[in-house]
Design a protein around this ligand. Structure first.
Ligand code: FMN
Length: 459
C-alpha cells in the first residue's frame, strides 16, 4: 500500500508530528511511505508548476493520503493552507477524489479541534474518504499507551483502505452566492471620540462585496479611519516555527511585519479584520498574518481592544470558522469580540444598517473600555496556555512567562488560600451525616441567597 504523507510542518524533517509518522512507518514496514515537505517547499511549489504537478502525480498513485501537521494558531500552518488553496486554484481536485484520508497532528491541544474540523471539511470538499484523525500532545510518544493508540489509529486507516470501508461525512459543501451588495450613503456619521479605528484586509477592491462593505463601514465615521491592505505590507513569508520569539518577542524575519504589527496594528483601539471566505477559512494571506503575529507568542498583544470582522461569503455555513474568529479575539487576545458582519442576508439596506450599528458599538465599547467576560473558548484556552507556560514550556516561552507573572495570569486554584482552608473543613464536616444532610439541603438556596445579600449592599 502506498501512503502519501503531506507534511504540513514548515520545519520539514524536524517536524515533531513527522516523528509520530516515523513511528507508524516503523510498525508497518509492509507499506510504502512517501513523505513530501509541502509547507517547507511552498515557495517552490507555488512558483514551479512542475514541482506542484509532481506532488499531484504522487497523490494520484497513492492508496491513501496522511495529512500530517503541527497546530499553528488554531488551524494549519499558513504554508499548508496555501497548498490547499493551490489545489482548487489549479483545478486538480480530482486527484484527491475517492482517496482515503487521515489526519495526524501534534499540539498542546489549544484549538486542535478547530484545526481538525478544518482539515476534515477540506478532505470532504475534495471528495476524499475521511477515515480517521488523531490529535496528540507534543510528548505523547513517550508514553506506551499513546504509542499503542497511534498504532491502532494507523491500523484502522490501513484497514479502511484495504477493505474500502464506507466513510461518514460531517460537512455540507459550501454554497457561494452571487449577490451583489449596493451600499447607500449613511445618514449619520459616527464620531470616533478620539478612538483610533483600523480596518485590516487582504483585498481592498471597491468592486467586490468585501471592498464595498469596507467602504461603507469607513463612511460610517465622521473622522478618517485607517484601512490597510495586507498585500501592501512587507511580509516575506509565513511563520517558520523557529520559536526564537519565545525569549523576547524577536522574530527571525528581517521584513516589515513586526514594525507594522507593533506600530500600526497595536496602536489602534478598534481593529476590524475584513476578508472573504475562501474554502474553509479566509485566505492564506490572512493565515500568514495570524501566524506571523505569533512573534508575540501566547501574550495577548491586542488585549483590551475592540475587535470585529467584516466577512464576505458563506460564513454561516461554517461554524468552525466562526469559532476560530471568536477565539482569535478572545482566547488568543483577551480582547472584546464585538461582532461579525457578513453579506449573507443578501439585502443591501440591512447590511448598511448592520455596518452602521457595528461601527457605533465598536466606538461605544472602546469608550467604556468594555471587554465581555470570557466564555469557554477563552476560559478553557487560558488554562491550557497557563499550565504550559508555567510548566514544561517555560524555558522556551520566557517572554510569556514574564507577562503571565506580571499580569496575574497564573491564577492557579492552589493559590486561593481561603478555599484551601475551607475545603478540607467542609469535606470533614460533610462526613458527618447530620451536617451533610443540612449542607446538601442548603446547596440549592445558599448561593442565590448570598448573592441576593451582596446585591443589597453593592452600588
Ligand atoms: C507558530 C506556532 C503556532 C502554534 N499554534 C498552536 C496552537 O494554536 N495550538 C496548539 O495546541 N499548539 C500550537 N503550537 C504548538 C505546535 O502545534 C507544536 O509545537 C507542534 O508539535 C508542532 O508540530 P510540528 O513540529 O510537526 O510542526 C504552535 C507552535 C507554533 C510555532
Amino acid at each position: 500500500m502506498k501512503i502519501l504523507v503531506l507534511n504540513g510542518s514548515p520545519k520539514g524533517e524536524y517536524s515533531i508530528t513527522l516523528q509520530y509518522v516515523a513511528y507508524i512507518q516503523k510498525h508497518f514496514p509492509q507499506h510504502e511511505f512517501r513523505i513530501i515537505h509541502v509547507s517547507q517547499r511552498i515557495k517552490k511549489i507555488e512558483r514551479d508548476h512542475q514541482a506542484f504537478q509532481e506532488i499531484i502525480d504522487e497523490i494520484r498513485s497513492a492508496d491513501g493520503v496522511l495529512w500530517s501537521f503541527g497546530l499553528w494558531v488554531l488551524c494549519v500552518p499558513a504554508q499548508y493552507m496555501r497548498f490547499i488553496e493551490l489545489i482548487s486554484e489549479r483545478g486538480v481536485e480530482d486527484a484527491f477524489r475517492d482517496k482515503y484520508a487521515a489526519v495526524i497532528t501534534t499540539s498542546i491541544h489549544f484549538y486542535d479541534h478547530t484545526a481538525h474540523n478544518y482539515m476534515r471539511a477540506v478532505c470532504e470538499d475534495l471528495g476524499m474518504k475521511y477515515a480517521d484523525a488523531i490529535s496528540l500532545d507534543i510528548i505523547d510518544i513517550m508514553q506506551k499507551k499513546r504509542r499503542d493508540d497511534l498504532t491502532i489509529f494507523a491500523e484502522n486507516f490501513f484497514k479502511a483502505i484495504r477493505e474500502q470501508v464506507a466513510t461518514s461525512k460531517l460537512f455540507k459543501p459550501l454554497a457561494f452566492s452571487d449577490f451583489a451588495y449596493q451600499p447607500a450613503e449613511p445618514e449619520v456619521r459616527i464620531d470616533t471620540r478620539g478612538k483610533k479605528v483600523l480596518v485590516l484586509t487582504d483585498a481592498y477592491d471597491g468592486n467586490t462585496n468585501l471592498g464595498k462593505m469596507i467602504e461603507r463601514f469607513r463612511q460610517s465615521f465622521a473622522d478618517e479611519i485607517d484601512v490597510i491592505d495586507l498585500n501592501d505590507v512587507d511580509i516575506r513569508g509565513a511563520c517558520l516555527g523557529c520559536m526564537r520569539c519565545g525569549y523576547d518577542y524577536t522574530c527571525t524575519y528581517q521584513d516589515g511585519f513586526a514594525d507594522f504589527y507593533n506600530q500600526r496594528v497595536r496602536t489602534a483601539d478598534i481593529i476590524v479584520f475584513a476578508g472573504t471566505v475562501k474554502g474553509r477559512y479566509l485566505s492564506s494571506t490572512w493565515k500568514t498574518f495570524y501566524d506571523r503575529s505569533f512573534f508575540w507568542n501566547h501574550t495577548p498583544s491586542l488585549a483590551g481592544k475592540q475587535l470585529g470582522y467584516i466577512i464576505s461569503g458563506p460564513l454561516r455555513q461554517n461554524p468552525n470558522l466562526i469559532q476560530i474568529l471568536e477565539a482569535s479575539s478572545t482566547a488568543r487576545q483577551h480582547a472584546n469580540h464585538v461582532d461579525i458582519i457578513t453579506d449573507e442576508c443578501e439585502n443591501s439596506a440591512e447590511i448598511d444598517a448592520l455596518l452602521q450599528s457595528f461601527a457605533e458599538r465598536l466606538v461605544s465599547f472602546a469608550e467604556k473600555g468594555y471587554v465581555r467576560p470570557q466564555n469557554f473558548l477563552g476560559v478553557g484556552g487560558h488554562k491550557v496556555f497557563r499550565d504550559n507556560i508555567w510548566g514544561r514550556l517555560r524555558p522556551i516561552w520566557q517572554a510569556d512567562h514574564r507577562y503571565s507573572k506580571e499580569h496575574g495570569l497564573y491564577d492557579f486554584p492552589q493559590k486561593d488560600y481561603k478555599i484551601r482552608v475551607l475545603t478540607p473543613i467542609l469535606m470533614l464536616l460533610t462526613g458527618i451525616p447530620g451536617i451533610r444532610e443540612k449542607y446538601y439541603a442548603n446547596v440549592k438556596t445558599f448561593p442565590a441567597g448570598r448573592l441576593k445579600k451582596l446585591i443589597e449592599h453593592v452600588d
